[in-house]
Design a protein around this ligand. Structure first.
Ligand code: XLS
Ligand code: CA
Ligand code: CA
Length: 448
């Protein structure tokens, strides 16, 4: 059993269970808006928001960037004797963090949890040793696995892609790795399994057969799904769109691109999208757009809640803080029927110069508060009904008469043209009232 639970070692000894203290609290280690048991509409906040912590950024990332070395020397790493020893201590620290923070879920890559061995068999053994420990810790704490995934981008063998690698052997090695990661996810009762195509794209088309690569990854995902279903996996598969970085062009560019990809390869029944706010921005969209698009296409699944920086054009993976962003996101999510089996995963890292051990807590608390406030604002928008009512009315001409017939497919193009001929006049000169709606939204933001 883990160090923390046997009382042998605490990794965050100065920090206790984080509590809700309300908006006026000056305690950085308390929630200001996230009050897990509070009812918002018919559900508790914690059930609306389904927060998850990302294992990789929180317990593996060490502040290294292309310009500098480690700034976060984690005690579970510096005290560790072997890679497996480090992995065990890291997991204990992780579960201590999850419980003190009070989140219900976590997400992991195979290689975050267990070190790669010198053979596939050794890697699998390492992973399953750690899975056994995680299973005990999940049972002791009630923390659940939102989704698992395989890291198919760090090892040099994946420099030309994994499922889209021009060499068949690499694709087969990736399958071997994904099989173990799926088995691990099933063993831990994971509610989802994610595919993020980090190196599944190209750096130049001069060396790339785009058609073959897309066919290969389409087939790969289908085979992985069939395997997982056969093993009894009942959860949701996610593709996580991202337009670029580390490749120049990634095949799962954005939600719309992924939707077509899923249809083309017969994956649309089992797969949904895991939408990351930061990736939406990199694709030239806003987060709201990607969420609404996914909902419209019936593939909305889960969320990576980390944002970018509008001034920087890369994946900064920062914790959310803007109420506009979280309120618009929660508005889209509530309209889509909520998160169901998905969650809000903080795929975010503290800044390199955030070196106080409390910073990891404060970052998550801030992100959770931002989404809790966003949820309340979105709930007010929906409850009050002015904005949704405006939209409904705006399309009212399609709800009755000829408009309704058109939507039901009861008009031919000739019928339509004939009606158009009769409708000449003032049609179309109607205000979209954007500024009005924006100012109404601002009122909800302040709770009015
Ligand atoms: C990287 C991605 C990655 C996925 C999981 O940009 O966000 O962290 O979420 O592989
Ligand atoms: Ca990211
Ligand atoms: Ca992500």
């Amino acid at each position: 059993m883990a160090d923390y639970y046997t009382g042998k070692k605490e990794y965050f000894p100065k920090i206790g269970k984080i509590k809700y203290e309300g908006p006026r609290s000056a305690n950085p280690l308390a929630f200001k808006y996230y009050n897990p048991e509070k009812l918002v509409g018919k559900k508790k906040m914690k059930d609306h928001l389904r927060f998850a912590v990302a294992y990789w950024h929180s317990f593996c990332a060490d502040g290294t960037d292309p310009f500098g070395s480690v700034t976060h020397p984690h005690p579970w790493v510096t005290d560790g004797k072997t890679p497996m020893d480090i992995a065990e201590h890291r997991m204990d620290a992780a579960f201590e963090f999850f419980t003190k923070l009070g989140v219900g879920f976590y997400c992991f890559h195979d290689r975050d949890m267990a070190p790669e061995g010198s053979s596939p068999a050794e890697s699998e053994k390492n992973l399953f040793t750690m899975v056994a420990r995680a299973k005990k810790l999940q049972k002791a704490t009630g923390i659940k696995l939102l989704w698992g995934t395989a890291n198919l981008f760090s090892n040099p063998r994946y420099m030309n892609g994994a499922a889209t690698n021009p060499e068949f052997d690499v694709l087969a090695i990736a399958a071997n790795q994904v099989k173990s990661a799926i088995d691990a996810t099933i063993e831990l009762g994971g509610q989802g399994y994610t595919f993020w195509g980090g190196r599944e794209g190209y750096m130049t088309l001069l060396n790339t057969d785009l058609k073959r690569e897309k066919d290969h990854i389409g087939r790969f995902l289908g085979l992985a799904r069939d395997y997982a279903r056969k093993q009894g996996f009942k959860g949701i598969f996610y593709v996580e769109p991202k337009p670029m970085e580390p490749t120049k062009h990634q095949y799962d560019y954005d939600v719309e691109t992924v939707a077509l990809f899923l249809k083309n390869y017969g994956l649309e029944k089992d797969f949904r999208v895991n939408i990351e706010a930061n990736h939406a921005e990199l694709a030239g969209h806003d987060f709201f757009h990607e969420l609404e698009t996914a909902a419209a296409l019936g593939i909305f699944g889960s969320v990576d809640a980390n944002r970018g920086d509008f001034i920087n054009g890369w994946d900064t993976d920062q914790f959310p803080w803007s109420y506009y962003e979280t309120a618009l996101a929660m508005y889209a999510i509530l309209k889509a029927g909520g998160l169901s089996a998905g969650g809000l995963n903080f795929d975010a890292k503290i800044r390199r110069n955030s070196v106080d051990p409390a910073d990891l807590f404060i970052a998550h608390i801030g992100g959770m508060d931002a989404f809790a406030a966003g949820l309340e604002i979105a709930n007010r928008v929906i409850k009050d009904g002015v904005i949704p009512g405006f939209v409904k009315k705006r399309y009212g001409s399609f709800s009755t008469g000829s408009g309704a017939k058109f939507e039901k497919g009861q008009l031919s193009f000739t019928d339509l043209a004939k009606l158009g001929g009769e409708k000449y006049g003032k049609a179309g000169i109607t205000s979209g009232r954007q500024e009005y709606l924006e100012s109404v939204f601002n009122q909800y933001l302040l709770g009015l």
